[in-house]
Design a protein around this ligand. Sequence first.
Ligand code: FES
Ligand SMILES: [Fe+2]
Length: 370
Amino acid sequence: LDQAWPTLAAAAYSDPAIFAAERREIFLKTWQLVGHACDLPNPGDYLVFDLLDQSAILIRGEDGAIRAFHNACRHRAFRLLEGEGCSPARVRCRYHGFSYALDGHLAGVPGERDFVGLDKAAMGLRAVELESWQGFLFIRFQPDAGPSVAQQLDPLSAHLARYRFPELRPFGRETRDSVACNWKVAQENNIEGYHIPVGHPGLQRLFGERYGFAVLEHGVSRAGGPLPDSLEGLSWSERHYLSLLPAECERAWGYVSLFPNVAFDLYPDQVDFFQIIPLAPDRTLLRSRGYALPDDRREMRAARYCNMRINRLVSREDRGLVEGVQRGLASLGYGEGLLHRREARVRQHQEGVRARLAVPRSAETTQRAT
Ligand code: FES
Ligand SMILES: [Fe+2]
């Protein structure tokens, strides 16, 4: 316990070779959150999920089941779908017109008789591994021995049950923000509460003094804190948020995060996921979608509006922080840092990266905490 915690070396946040290794050893082999079953209510509804050079389609079939496929036509590879929408009955390739049934099998081929050696039964869309956990849909591009999402989140299942994930409905629209930093800078910022008192005065007022966290197994961690009883010193949005929250709501904000890049934000009024998607060594997409239990009371809608205002400000503050870190990482005056005990979730994340990439541990064994 008295061991110092050096950070990853600065080069890990810009080196294209490390970025390529992260793609291969981390992102293609870990569960990636795509959305929630409620995003695809009807047969033919689909969501496309892009991750670096890979893309998957999640689509609801005529039988009501949701399936995941690689987003590439089996004929000559054309990317079949973009974004999200509904493709009733068939998915038709816009290159030569191969059409696939919603369960992925190849159903129609133009000029089929002149296709020598075409075995339609073997030319369906290739499946991607899919796990549906409490309504949330996760995919994994490549098989891996790592635990399922259900196994990872099992220790929190009782805590999470109160948020009734399977009953959630879409709320608001997906937000996508591109930030000028490495994905690890964004992830480490998101799972770290040590910066709240300085970086987020609003969050500090809401729960900063009572903020707690826990590091669990399988790359899972949680954090958060109870909301204040007094409205003193709060901003307009914070005050109204707290006074509008219906009485039966649990007055706490919580965060649960999964290695390598996703978190659930647990609010009394809604549940969001927040996902950090690498685009380039120094470019990252922040993707977030909100869900809520059906509740159209005026005060609940107003509380959600205030929540959005509070967290929009937090996002702006975080953007400045992560982009500032990325610029600093290039400095000849940096090299490597040191983690505080309250950055234990960052430590967990960096250990996860080290374990998968075999990044050397530098001076760790020779340093001692004071
Ligand atoms: S690439 Fe899709 S039909 Fe040719
Ligand atoms: Fe932050």
